[in-house]
Design a protein around this ligand. Structure first.
Ligand SMILES: C[S@@+](CC[C@H](N)C(=O)[O-])C[C@H]1O[C@@H](n2cnc3c(N)ncnc32)[C@H](O)[C@@H]1O
Length: 229
């Protein structure tokens, strides 16, 4: 069903709503869902005007002051590679990707943008990279309900060098309200623990087109940038 053509907004809406309905027992980490969606993922999210990768890359670019070609970027929940593609346009060249779906990782591999790609179910398994090794961590589209638990942002922070930047995004629409609150509580707690400092939070009103009955038109989203202390 997921590879049917031609793709339209309605087809994509059905695909996304099917994941909301999928029983957690059948596919607790959405791995099968993303394995099946990988083939048409980029085409489909273009129909949604999905902007997380370009919004995140633009905000990182505004704050990163180092040598871009040399900077090591960890792309978490990399999917097919959309965030790395946007970062590349901003002058970054060295990427390591992590994702739980082999199907998505296969597409990322074909993009030839990553020096390394690793599979891990974050939340259940540790982030499979050395500590304090990266200049930047970026995660777009992975921090939401039934994807990556909010507590994993501690591991994202540990993956960057002191002074490195962590760029995270989440949706701000109705069905992600609880997750967003938990994410922001964890961010604040980490600030209070002196692990990182907030650099910028950007609210974006036209994040992507909504697909549920509650989300008419565009839904909002948010880009967070923190710096490791
Ligand atoms: C909406 S896609 C975003 C992909 C890409 N970053 C982008 O913005 O296009 C979400 C990605 O998160 C991955 N993912 C979901 N849960 C995960 C988990 N627990 N650990 C690792 N990756 C996960 C999925 O396989 C999928 O590739």
């Amino acid at each position: 069903m997921l590879s049917e053509n031609p793709r339209t907004f309605e087809t994509v809406k059905d695909v996304i709503l099917s994941v909301h309905k999928a029983s957690s027992a059948e596919d607790p980490h959405q791995i099968h869902f993303y394995n099946r969606w990988a083939q048409t993922y980029e085409q489909d999210v273009a129909l949604l005007d999905y902007s997380a990768p370009s919004q995140a890359a633009a905000r990182i670019s505004a704050h990163f002051s180092g040598e871009r070609q040399a900077a090591k970027v960890l792309d978490v929940a990399c999917g097919t590679g959309m965030a790395a593609k946007m970062m590349k346009r901003e002058g970054f060249e060295r990427f390591v990707g992590v994702d739980s779906s082999e199907g998505m990782l296969n597409h990322a591999r074909q993009s030839d943008m990553y020096q390394e790609l690793k599979m891990a179910i974050l939340g259940d398994q540790p982030l499979p990279v050395p500590l304090a090794d990266f200049d930047i961590v970026i995660i777009t589209g992975g921090l939401s309900e039934s994807h990556i638990p909010a507590k994993v942002i501690r591991e994202l922070c540990q993956a960057v060098k002191q002074g490195g930047l962590i760029c995270m995004t989440t949706r701000a629409n109705r069905d992600n309200v609880g997750y967003k609150a938990a994410l922001e509580a964890e961010m604040k707690q980490m600030e209070e623990e002196g692990l990182w400092q907030r650099v910028e939070v950007t609210d974006v009103s036209e994040w992507e087109r909504g697909v549920t009955d509650f989300d008419k038109g565009y839904i909002p989203g948010c880009v967070y940038i923190f710096q490791r202390l």
